[in-house]
Design a binder for this molecule. Structure first.
Ligand SMILES: Nc1ncnc2c1ncn2[C@@H]1O[C@H](COP(=O)(O)OP(=O)(O)OP(=O)(O)O)[C@@H](O)[C@H]1O
Ligand SMILES: [Mg+2]
Length: 540
């Protein structure tokens, strides 16, 4: 009798199962992932989830952005017991931002089951974490240092852990982390299930990994190519001294959405942020020397699309999943091919397209070829856009905007203005004037300026020529503006020399060491209600 009842129950359960590709899920987990917009399992999910559900150890390798998180998140939601407040699964990640993100993804997958996932990382109040742990959670996602801290304080117990995941496993088993990982694994039960994931899994690391695992299955999707085919990969060669200029040209030329620009060092990040800001680009820096609150703020701005350019060290290279990253730019070439794979993998995620750009100097060409060889990717050479290309591109962009408006229709009362004007003027002239107004603003000049001498060629040694978008026509004496700028920048007025004054612009010359300060000050300033910009005089 009892047996029959069990069979009936099992059949009921089987009937309740929902198909996710070939995988059978409980209705709650299925609902959660359908709500997340998943329709079909990704290849790694299709192959690895059944193996994990059998309780086997597994090393999973699949390209960036192909759903490795849910590959371990789904089995957690299926098998862990939400009514047991003890920690049953542990995920170790290399960075704080990644721990937060993975915790969010697991919480979403386990939402219908009331599964609790808690990120635990350095830089956040440990007391808050202790309280949350006491309250009861099933999954802890953490960075090794902070996990060890909790273990030594006995505020975290791992004796009931059934599943351990090393996300970005090759990084976690690299020199920096391996001792911590060993110490943490010692605190977990022998019979645990161990899962390793990464887009890259170099041979020696795999060998090392096997020491911590029981006959792991190796599931790989990306054996032939390490990078995602949807990412277009290009490189530009330029001199070290011209890098900032080259980057700006690329930013002006490309249709940039949210983008991540990688630098080798923290200092490099800070310097590039400053250099971009003086040129009028809004950029946010991310690296390990910032406080956690600063890191959180920057990430939030970037995720919300409020900051388009994220300038980062390799802290942002692994695992981060930000929607709609259009470009990854290696301002400094990555140290090794694995780092390249992970960095460029911040774009081209979940079936979207992306562009990866690498800047190199001639000495770094061999490093680039090594990356190509290891990743089996083709990185195409491109020539830096000229100023003429950029002007052309901006023209195109204006045209596109107009075409979009034209296709949309709805011009209403604007049409009557044009028809009135058309009685006196040529429609072509009217359209051109309207466009000029749109692009140059209400102060668009009516008179033609004589051609100014562009470029820095005439500058005295040690001096830089700057270009200000204000001249005679504004009815303000540029000399007075120069004095105001000097005052604002905290430098003596006679340091800035006026070279030439035109109707719409003025050229000045300043010593190299104060040029950045002058530009920085002016970008934020309004003089007599007019925003003034100052930039290096460009060669033509
Ligand atoms: N089956 C699916 N269908 C649609 N989207 C999915 C599916 N699985 C995962 N995703 C989404 O794809 C994105 C990338 O997933 P995830 O961050 O897990 O990639 P990853 O393989 O871990 O990449 P990385 O190697 O960079 O860490 C996420 O936004 C995730 O929610
Ligand atoms: Mg990942």
């Amino acid at each position: 009798m009892v047996e029959n009842k069990n069979i009936a129950n099992d059949q009921d359960k089987a009937k309740d199962k929902v198909k996710f590709g070939e995988i059978e899920l409980s209705p709650k987990v299925a609902k959660a992932i359908f709500d997340m917009g998943f329709e079909e399992p990704s290849p790694i999910q299709a192959k690895a989830i059944p193996v994990i559900m059998q309780g086997k150890d597994l090393i999973g390798q699949a390209q960036t952005g192909t759903g490795k998180t849910a590959t371990f998140g789904i089995p957690m939601a299926e098998t862990l017991n939400p009514r047991d407040g003890r920690v049953q699964a542990l995920v170790l990640c290399p960075t704080r931002e990644l721990a937060i993100q993975v915790a969010q993804e697991i919480s979403k997958i386990g939402r219908q089951n009331d599964l609790k996932a808690l990120p635990v990382y350095g830089g956040q109040s440990i007391d808050r974490q202790i309280r949350a742990l006491r309250y009861g959670v099933q999954v802890v996602i953490g960075t090794p240092g902070r996990i060890l801290d909790h273990l030594s304080r006995k505020t975290l117990r791992l004796n009931n852990v059934r599943m351990v995941v090393l996300d970005e496993a090759d990084e976690m088993l690299d020199m920096g982390f391996v001792e911590d990982i060993e110490a943490i694994l010692k605190e977990t039960p022998e019979e645990r299930q161990t899962l390793l994931f990464s887009a890259t899994m170099p041979g020696p690391i795999q060998q090392l990994a096997r020491q911590y695992m029981k006959e792991p299955e190796f599931v790989t999707i990306s054996r032939d190519k390490l990078t995602v085919p949807l990412i277009e990969q290009v490189y530009y060669e330029c001199k070290e001294s011209q890098k900032v200029d080259a980057l700006c040209r690329i930013l002006d030329m490309e249709e940039i959405g949210s983008s991540i620009i990688f630098c080798r060092t923290k200092r490099g990040v800070d310097e590039l942020v400053a250099a971009l800001e003086t040129r009028g680009y809004f950029a946010e820096g991310l690296h390990g020397d910032l406080t956690q609150a600063q890191r959180d703020r920057v990430m939030k701005k970037f995720r919300d699309g409020k900051a388009e350019l994220l300038i980062a060290t390799d802290v942002a290279a692994r695992g981060l999943d930000v929607e709609n990253v259009t470009h990854v730019i290696n301002y400094d070439i990555p140290q090794d091919p694995e780092s390249y794979v992970h960095r460029i993998g911040r774009t081209g995620r979940a079936g979207r397209k992306g562009i990866a750009i690498t800047l190199i100097n001639y000495r770094e060409y061999r490093q680039l070829k090594l990356i190509e060889r290891v990743t089996k990717a083709r990185i195409q050479r491109r020539d830096l856009p000229s100023m003429a290309d950029i002007v052309e591109r901006q023209k195109e962009a204006h045209k596109m905007k107009i075409v979009k408006l034209l296709d949309g229709g709805h011009f209403g009362e604007y049409k009557s203005i044009i028809s009135e004007l058309a009685e006196e003027y040529d429609p072509m002239e009217i359209a051109a004037a309207t466009l000029k107004l749109l692009i140059e603003g209400p102060e668009a000049e009516t008179e033609k300026d004589e051609a100014p001498e562009f470029g820095n060629t005439g500058a005295e040694p040690g001096m830089v020529r700057l270009f200000m978008n204000i001249g005679r026509a504004q009815g303000i004496r540029p000399q007075d503006i120069v004095r105001a700028i000097a005052e604002e920048a905290g430098i003596p007025g006679n340091v800035i020399g006026v070279i030439n004054i035109y109707d719409k612009f003025t050229f000045v010359e300043v010593p190299e060491d104060v040029a950045g300060r002058v530009m920085g000050v002016m970008h934020q300033n309004m003089i007599k209600g007019r925003k003034i910009s100052v930039e290096p005089a460009k060669a033509r």
